[in-house]
Design a protein around this ligand. Structure first.
Ligand code: HXC
Length: 259
């Protein structure tokens, strides 16, 4: 897959795809084309049977320092309406396979929103999270006020969104925004380790489980429990369920095939 602003390796590791945001000079600022490419890449990886987990990363200096301010500067509301960039973000959110954000350096604005759209975040010690849009006279627009608040709670989210203050990797972990913080040299390895564990599971169960966890954001407990139950029943339609339980009984490791 050839793109201008991202590098995609579908076979980075067995069953693990890597997507690298690649505008290093601009600290991976997310311009419209980059986001479009990301949408296309994720959609293709979602279709690719051999991929079971996706990692999105940047480089050591920046995951992404936000949406491209230079591209946004002269926009009018009507421009934004016509461009309808959030359609792209919505599609990214709908990726069925699990996505891990491997974050180092700046993870700001749209960058932080992109990381939060992923399912898990592995951070390097130097990672810095923030929603500094307020300093530009705007506010988060790609889920920052919603996902950050759900992740870290109202008090901290309010502080970050209203002052633009950054949160250190350690602070982000304490607040529940990231799964794990590791030294800068190994953040990608750590993400690969996590992805590798997920890739050993039944892709069907993983897909249904991801869908069920995300449902929490959208419905009452009762509706969520109902949704979970249906997905639980659906797991039993898979060969992988038979294999998983048979392997347990036979005291061996399961070999999940994804059907
Ligand atoms: C465009 C950006 C950029 C951005 C950095 N650059 N962030 N370009 N959009 N978001 C560019 C700089 O202009 C500069 O290019 C180069 O990257 C290096 O950045 P410096 O500022 O020189 O680096 P440094 O001094 O280390 O400061 C790093 C920084 C700072 C603290 C991250 O760059 C910064 O504050 N960036 C903006 C962060 C931000 O406000 N993000 C939110 C954007 S709004 P040149 O050509 O000058 O060398 C947003 C809304 C999302 O995300 C809405 C949904 C889509």
């Amino acid at each position: 897959m050839e793109f201008q602003f991202i590098i995609v390796e579908p076979d980075f590791q067995p069953h693990i795809a890597l997507v690298r945001l690649y505008r290093p000079k601009e600290l991976n600022a997310l311009n419209l084309q980059l986001m479009l490419e990301l949408k296309q890449a994720l959609s293709a990886l979602d279709e690719n049977e051999s991929v079971r987990c996706i990692i999105i990363t940047g480089n050591e200096q920046a995951f992404a320092a936000g949406a491209d301010i230079k591209q946004m500067e002269s926009r009018t509301p009507v421009d934004l309406l016509k461009i309808d960039q959030f359609e792209t973000w919505d599609q990214i959110r709908k990726t069925k396979k699990p996505i891990i954000a491997a974050v180092s350096g700046f993870c700001l604005g749209g960058g932080c929103e992109l990381a939060m759209t992923c399912d898990m975040i592995i951070a390097s010690e130097s990672a810095k999270f923030g929603q500094p849009e307020i300093k530009l006279g705007i506010m988060p627009g790609a889920g920052g006020t919603q996902r950050l608040t759900r992740a870290v709670g109202k008090a901290l989210a309010m502080e970050m969104v209203l002052t633009g203050r950054f949160l250190s990797a350690e602070g982000a972990q304490k607040a529940g925004l990231v799964n794990k913080v590791v030294p800068d040299e190994v953040y990608l390895d750590e993400a690969v380790k996590l992805a590798g564990e997920i890739a050993l599971m039944s892709p069907i169960a993983v897909r249904l489980a991801k869908e069920s966890v995300l449902k929490t954001y959208e419905c009452s407990l009762q509706e969520g429990l109902h949704f979970e139950r249906k997905n639980f029943y659906l797991c039993f339609a898979s060969e992988d369920q038979k294999e998983g339980m048979k392997a347990f009984v036979e005291k061996r490791k399961p070999d999940f095939k994804g059907y």
